[in-house]
Design a protein around this ligand. Structure first.
Ligand SMILES: *[C@@H]1O[C@H](CO)[C@@H](O)[C@H](O)[C@H]1NC(C)=O
Ligand SMILES: *[C@@H]1O[C@H](CO)[C@@H](O)[C@H](O)[C@H]1NC(C)=O
Ligand SMILES: *[C@@H]1O[C@H](CO)[C@@H](O)[C@H](O)[C@H]1NC(C)=O
Length: 570
């Protein structure tokens, strides 16, 4: 035992005191997890050890292609990438891995250098040598662990996703990796690999979940084998690592979990089961450009709810573990889908993982350095491909509601999917505008179909076509009644002073206005997205009560116009 150093000795040697205290502070800061792990489930919510909701706001980071090395490490140090992920507002990474990394020792023990050498990717070796020298001569499995550790050091949670068996791009119906019994998909080997991976990461706190298998598919898929093997896989993972969430993917490229409605998954453990689903624009082919966006959105959302969304109502967490779009913004099919997706994702407030972090791949489908237009990073893994997309997605990164999310009572926010912003007011006299949802007003949608500020007398009113919507206190006229119309159920419609039917809209300066309703049906050439709003349940903090009670008419707003403006009469 060391000799006790008296405090008076330390205070007379301040430098020594600092030397002792500083490392303690650093240790405390590093040891303090952002979230109380491990995670478990409470009905449809994923919660931390205090029972508070943790919303998974993840990004997919690919590590299952032929080199079996997390992408981008030839371009940036992994710690830098981990920090960028945090800076971009994500709390989690869905990290993909091929089964053979866990079951083929001669693959797992190849060094990073050897793996690239075998593929002739010499430039990537140089890049890794300079950006991540510590892993270049590590075995592939150790390099994978190093990425997980780097994410952990930055408080990023990790979902380990068994993406495929044989390293390579995924997924097609005929790639031999689609379903139990396929050429590269031996169920026994799969259980062995899952067990191995769950064991390796047992005790690694930031590994919070395991996706058992990505996108089951192909001619062999069937419901009976799904239950048989998924239940076995879930039990194996839980036995090896009881702390992780066990995440089950559906059939038909993870679109279809409809069978779970009638037959519950039978497991020996509770509080860890999560389902995952994938939803892209191309999931429905070219439907979004070939049809009217309101009608397509209505139809596709009904389908998503029937195939997987119903699980939320049944009290299971649904992790939408892949969605995304061409971030260059010129794919009309993707753009229209994304507007619809953002509305649903806000309304249902589900957990999600964006495809993808990757700016470019070492090697994908035979192409060296393939540019990933769905990726957050640009080709060089340095610049952000589209920063306005990041701003837009930030509204979905924190929870709207759920256990422990009760800064204020239940209310509605008026969410605008096309921008990811919410309706707010800067002051009583300024027109309503779009702003960050964290500063949203608290609204209620009453049985009389008025949209009122909670705890205040003001309601939203349509006035003139092409003019700002107002807040008024006489909430019984036609202009104060808002119907939710169109197949997308995202148009808020009312009557202007002259009797014209109008829809809530935003103008080019993000002011909330009312305009004639756009392309409600049939027309497939026009895009209604500026008029799409969702009334989203929220218990996040809001500005309404604050600004309402702080408002002092005598001090703030002298002048004869004031009374009229206050009452919203013009
Ligand atoms: C195991 O990995 C090595 C190295 O990549 C490869 O040559 C071999 O074919 C793999 N074995 C199996 C059974 O996949
Ligand atoms: C659930 O599995 C257990 C064995 O793990 C079995 O005894 C039980 O009959 C199963 N229940 C259903 C409804 O299939
Ligand atoms: C970002 O995406 C938006 C549409 O979502 C698009 O209008 C814009 O041009 C894109 N910006 C870049 C730099 O690609």
């Amino acid at each position: 035992m060391g000799r006790f150093i008296s405090f008076s000795f330390l205070t007379s040697h301040p430098l020594l005191l600092l030397l002792i205290i500083f490392p303690i502070i650093i240790i405390i800061q590093q040891a303090k997890p952002a979230i109380g792990l491990p995670l478990s489930t409470n009905s449809r919510w994923i919660v931390d050890e205090n029972g508070h909701r943790v919303k998974l706001a993840c990004v997919n980071w690919v590590s299952h292609l032929e080199p079996v090395v997390a992408e981008g490490l030839s371009k940036q140090p992994m710690d830098m990438l981990s920090k960028r992920i945090v800076d971009m507002g994500f709390n989690c990474v869905r990290l993909t891995w091929p089964l053979y990394l866990a079951t083929n020792d001669s693959l797992a023990s190849l060094t990073v250098r050897q793996s690239f050498q075998k593929l002739g990717l010499l430039e990537a070796i140089g890049g890794i040598q300079s950006n991540n020298p510590s892993i270049v001569d590590l075995p592939l499995i150790k390099a994978f662990q190093a990425v997980v550790a780097s994410l952990g050091n930055n408080n990023v949670m990790v979902i380990l996703d068994n993406h495929i068996s044989k390293p390579g791009w995924c997924c097609s119906n005929s790639d031999g990796n689609g379903f139990f019994g396929d050429q590269y998909f031996n169920p026994d080997l799969w259980i062995k690999g899952l067990t191995k991976m769950a064991t390796i990461f047992n005790g690694v706190r930031n590994v919070v979940g395991m996706s058992l298998r990505n996108e089951l598919r192909g001619p062999k898929q069937n419901v009976k084998d799904w239950y048989r093997y998924m239940q076995l896989g879930a039990e194996a993972v839980h036995a090896a690592n009881p702390e992780v969430l066990v995440i089950l993917s559906g059939l038909n490229f993870d679109k279809d979990l409809s069978f779970v409605r009638n037959q519950a998954v039978n497991l020996t453990f509770t509080g860890k089961l999560v389902f995952e689903a994938h939803w892209y624009g191309f999931t429905d082919g070219q439907a979004w450009v070939d049809g009217n966006p309101n009608q397509v959105c209505g139809r596709v959302v009904d389908n998503v709810m029937r195939l997987s969304g119903f699980l939320l109502e049944q009290g299971w967490p649904l992790f939408v573990s892949e969605f995304g779009a061409d971030l260059r913004g010129n794919n009309v099919n993707d753009n229209r889908y994304l507007n619809c997706f953002f509305g649903v994702a806000a309304e249902l407030d589900w957990d999600w993982a964006l495809w993808t972090l990757v700016g470019s791949y070492y090697l994908r489908e035979g192409v060296i350095g393939l540019n990933e237009y769905y990726g957050l990073f640009d080709w060089n893994w340095c610049d952000i491909r589209n920063s306005s997309f990041l701003e837009r997605i930030s509204s979905l990164q924190s929870p709207f509601r759920g256990p422990g999310v009760f800064e204020t009572g239940l209310h509605k926010v008026i969410y605008h999917p096309a921008t990811g912003l919410c309706v707010q007011r800067k002051s009583f006299l300024d027109p309503l505008t779009l702003g960050p949802c964290t500063e949203s007003e608290a609204w209620s949608y009453t049985p009389h179909k008025t949209i009122s500020l909670k705890g205040a007398y003001f309601c939203l009113q349509a006035k003139h076509v092409g003019k700002p919507a107002k807040l008024g206190i006489i909430c019984t006229d036609c202009g104060s009644t808002w119907e939710i119309i169109s197949d997308s159920k995202m148009h808020l419609s009312s009557k202007a002073d002259n009797g014209t039917t109008v829809c809530l809209d935003v103008d080019s300066s993000n002011t909330i206005v009312t305009n004639t309703c756009k392309c409600l049906s049939r027309d497939k050439t026009c895009d209604p997205a500026s008029q799409w709003f969702k009334l989203v349940d929220s218990t996040r903090s809001s500005t309404t009560t604050k600004s309402f009670f702080q408002f002092n008419p005598i001090l703030d707003l002298p002048g004869k116009d004031f009374i009229w403006k206050f009452f919203g009469l013009f």
